[in-house]
Write a protein of this length. Structure first.
Length: 382
């Protein structure tokens, strides 16, 4: 078992300048025993893991797990010590003479007796979400260090680009932000857009059981019955709910990855990341044909074909594609709204797909990349 004697000295001044001197003395002592052999190896986590991944040869390997201290936490390594200071979210590594510090522009290196302009005992704050994420690293919910608006222009533009409408506006209270690996992600809520943690349960709810008792052979359980945070679509078979397919994927932090969009830094006028195309005004109905557009992604067509094959009880190669039409849906219902539900009022580019099997036609609506929904009863205004 390895034991660590560590002395951390923080010398502060009224101006908020802090000196961090870390001296680590590692005393190794071998102790036989099955308990030690079975113990898991120490590992870096969260901010320490992110820093170690960028400078692995400098940091070395962890000798122990992260430990709480009066001012934050620390973790000994084979080359020095990782330090996190809660007062100003100072994260760095020191080898005893130099420090590698996570700063607003990335990792900065200095001598332990030197100071960088951004270092201060006063809590750091950011009014720009991109800079905030660059400094924080990974966080599931913005904290008090972010002092900017809920929906700054860079976020609105990034979401608008993700939805394919450069002029889209989003409800201020319906936009959520988080940071992953120093990058900004945003999500906007809707009737079927969940910005919270994903529900991965494979156990049907009481509401789903009741629905299938009343509709024993339904090909789908409406989203008004299914929990909106679930990742599965459900169907009814012989009066019992069963999983039809996995509709969403879960990212490493536990969120539905399809609903969270990477927001790039602003690059000038217009939508972040480039010049947006001119919008096409939708009709009063569920959508209108778009004058131009890319071919439909094969994954969307394959998903629709597989669903029809399952519903009609035929092989996918026995289906025929009647038509595929590029459409701009007037909202996130994709032109197939369910009664009693509200939808995100944002133009959503996508496709209208009509397939045929056994003499019957099957209509599906989609967005441009992920969602495909059966729509045998589309909105009457279309």
């Amino acid at each position: 078992m390895r034991r660590l004697a560590l002395v951390l000295v923080f010398v502060g001044s009224m101006a908020g300048v802090v000196a961090v001197v870390a001296t680590a003395v590692v005393l190794a002592q071998t102790q036989a025993g099955t308990a030690d052999q079975a113990a898991p190896k120490p590992a870096f986590q969260f901010g320490f893991a992110a820093l170690a991944a960028q400078i692995p040869d400098v940091v070395g390997v962890p000798l122990d797990n992260e430990q709480r201290t009066a001012t934050g936490s620390m973790q000994p390594t084979s080359n020095g010590v990782m330090v996190w200071r809660s007062a100003d979210n100072w994260t760095g590594f020191t080898d005893g003479s130099r420090s590698w510090i996570v700063g607003p522009q990335g990792i900065a290196v200095r001598g332990n007796n030197d100071r960088l302009p951004f270092e201060s005992m006063a809590p750091l704050t950011f009014d720009d979400p991109v800079s905030y994420c660059a400094a924080v690293g990974t966080i599931d919910q913005f904290d008090s260090r972010y002092t900017g608006p809920t929906e700054p222009e860079v976020v609105r533009a990034g979401l608008a680009a993700a939805f394919g409408n450069p002029n889209a506006l989003f409800p201020e209270q319906g936009v959520f932000l988080r940071c992953v690996d120093r990058q900004l992600l945003a999500c906007t809520v809707g009737a079927n857009l969940n910005c919270g943690m994903a529900n991965t349960s494979t156990t049907p709810t009481i509401a789903e059981i009741k629905y299938c008792q009343d509709n024993p052979n339904s090909d789908f359980v409406p989203l008004v019955v299914v929990s909106h945070d679930g990742i599965y679509d459900w169907q009814c078979r012989a009066g019992q709910p069963s999983i039809a397919r996995q509709a969403s994927h879960v990212d490493p932090r536990g969120f539905m990855q399809e609903f969270w969009h990477l927001i790039p830094p602003a690059t000038g006028e217009g939508v972040a990341g480039g010049v947006a195309p001119s919008p096409v005004k939708p009709t009063e109905g569920g959508g209108q044909p778009m004058p131009t557009g890319p071919a439909i992604p094969q994954s969307l067509l394959d998903e629709a074909r597989a669903d029809v094959a399952n519903r009609a009880g035929v092989a996918p190669d026995q289906l025929s594609v009647v038509s595929v039409e590029s459409v701009e849906w007037r909202d996130s219902s994709l032109g197939c709204p369910e009664p009693g539900r509200m939808y995100l009022q944002v133009i959503t580019p996508g496709y209208r797909i009509v397939l045929q099997a056994g003499g019957n036609s099957y209509e599906y609506h989609s967005d441009q990349s992920r969602r495909v929904v059966p729509c045998d009863r589309p909105a009457s205004a279309q």
